[in-house]
Ligand binder design. Structure first.
Ligand code: NAD
Length: 487
């Protein structure tokens, strides 16, 4: 059994039961982790709070050195971690290598940012005074994580939180805790005890006690809207800082000019929609194609998607791995059934492949005649589906993009600068991708608008989410003021 990490020790804590971790490609057990509970959350928060006293005053350059070391150790164990991540999460090995690359470079990036500034000096109201703004850590941060990018999303929270001088308690998803624990063993060992703690278990049992704990000042959560709403309902009355990265329903618009470059648009879309079997929060989940090219584009897409190879993520010739779990696959099937009942037509895919006896595989699916009456165009599907709808003019395309409760990302394929400008000025989303969907940037903020929750990770913005602002007004001379009593 892999252990939790509390106060620098690997331990089973108070757990008497374990949770099995399943390889989604084989449905075999990969390992097990302790089924932690409230007492483990309490111990982890206590350790983090104790460690905070020293970590917050550790010089920024020293914290930076330690974070660079974390990154270097991840790099030294790159291949092992990539294989474990593939077994645990399912996506193909090259995608996990990319995840690890992002993970370690996020630690490097925030190590650099950490030593750069701690606030700003501002003009005083009077020459005898000094005014400045200090950006200081909050204290203990709970990092509650989903399963789809277990290490990357951990790094996007933990690296800036530590760089800013906070200490953390990580709660990985019960579906993918092994890679986080393994990374901790290999790469967090140089950090002072208690600076990083990891508790494992179910959300209600070990996650919620973290949310309720009065000494946890920040809840950094990535996951579904439903869980995010529940967490917010607990944390908001306690005036905790909420950092929420929730679901999405990202659109892609194919501009009319792409008729001349249909192959590029088809391949960009297939990547954006099917990466990690469509289980990316920024997966393209609905597509709008200009009516002048709707038919030929859909046919070419279906033909390309039909040739993609499903398989175990560890096999070299796999393009798309399994979904994470049976429940998620059933939701995809329900969305496809609803779409077909309402008039959509399946061009390719739409079912479980027969050739696998085990594993949560689902054939990548292209649907035409989609419209906004269908669940598949409105609710997060989180699977390998590409529903396509025609649009008449660009105003309609923008209106359809914005006809959603979510606002995470949005993509446009076009070389027409006038359309590009209209798109990024009018589509309500946290990231706009033009001609290169789903490419992030360490220095560029990532997060969403509307029901996606408003949190931002990466960049300066992702750093400031973990720093609290204090204004200091200092009258150096002191003495009586003419605006004091009596009037
Ligand atoms: P989830 O909401 O089911 O679980 C996320 C985490 O919350 C897990 O660790 C879970 O154990 C924990 N949890 C569950 N109930 C809890 C409770 N009552 N208190 C505290 N913690 C609790 O989400 P998931 O299925 O793991 O992840 C998929 C979702 O994550 C999708 O909706 C996806 O869009 C979203 N996501 C968003 C982003 C983003 O950046 N916006 C990135 C990746 C994934």
């Amino acid at each position: 059994m892999s252990d939790m990490l509390i106060n620098g020790e690997f331990t089973q804590g108070h757990a008497v039961e374990s949770i099995p971790v399943i390889d989604p490609a084989t449905e075999e057990e990969l390992g097990e982790v302790p089924r932690g509970g409230g007492e483990d959350a309490e111990d982890a928060v206590r350790a983090a709070l104790d460690a905070f006293a020293e970590w917050r005053t550790t010089p920024a350059w020293e914290r930076a050195t330690l974070l660079h070391e974390v990154a270097n150790k991840i790099e030294a164990n790159f291949d092992d971690l990539a294989v474990l991540l593939t077994q645990e999460e399912g996506k193909p090995l090259p995608e996990n290598e990319e995840e690890l690359d992002w993970t370690l470079n996020t630690f490097h990036y925030y190590a650099e940012l950490a030593r750069h500034d701690q606030g700003r000096f501002i003009p005083p109201g009077d020459p005898g005074q000094i005014n400045f703004v200090i950006k200081e850590p909050y204290g203990v941060v709970a990092c509650i994580l989903p399963w789809n990018y277990p290490l990357l999303l951990m790094a996007w929270k933990v690296a800036p939180a530590l760089a800013a001088g906070n200490t953390v308690v990580i709660k990985p998803s019960e579906l993918t805790p092994l890679s986080t624990l393994r990374l901790a063993e290999l790469a967090f060992d140089g950090l002072p005890p208690g600076v990083v703690n990891i508790v494992t278990g179910y959300g209600r049992e070990v996650g919620e006690p973290l949310v309720r704990h009065p000494d946890v000042r920040v809840i950094a959560f990535t996951g579904s809207v439903k869980t995010g709403q529940h967490i917010a309902s607990i944390a908001a009355p306690m005036m905790k800082k909420l950092h929420l990265e929730l679901g999405g329903k990202d659109p892609m618009v194919i501009g009319p000019d792409m008729r001349a470059e249909m192959d590029t648009a088809v391949r960009a879309l297939a990547y954006a929609a099917l990466l990690n079997a469509g289980q990316v929060c920024t997966s393209t989940e609905r597509v709008y194609v200009h009516e002048s090219m709707y038919g030929p584009f859909s046919e070419e897409l279906a033909s390309f998607v039909g040739d993609l190879r499903l398989g175990n993520g560890l096999d070299e010739d796999t393009d798309i791995g399994p979904m994470i779990d049976g429940r998620f696959r059933e939701k995809v099937e329900a969305h496809i059934r609803d779409a077909v009942d309402r008039g959509a037509r399946i061009l390719v895919g739409g079912r479980r492949p027969h050739r696998f006896e085990r594993g949560y595989f689902f054939e990548p699916t292209v649907l035409v005649n989609a419209d906004h009456s269908m669940l598949i165009m409105r609710e997060e599907t989180f699977g390998p589906t590409i529903p396509i709808m025609p649009y008449r003019d660009f105003d309609e395309a923008i209106r359809l993009c914005n006809d959603s409760q979510y606002g995470l990302g949005a993509s446009l394929m076009s070389h027409d600068a006038r359309l590009v400008k209209r798109f990024f000025e009018n589509v309500k989303a946290g990231t706009i991708w033009i001609n290169d969907p789903l490419t992030d940037n360490y220095a560029g903020p990532f997060g969403g608008m509307k029901m996606t929750g408003g949190g931002r990770e990466l960049g300066q913005e992702g750093f400031d989410e973990f720093r609290e602002v204090k204004h200091v007004h200092w009258d150096i001379e002191g003495g009586l003021k003419d605006y004091w009593y009596p009037y």
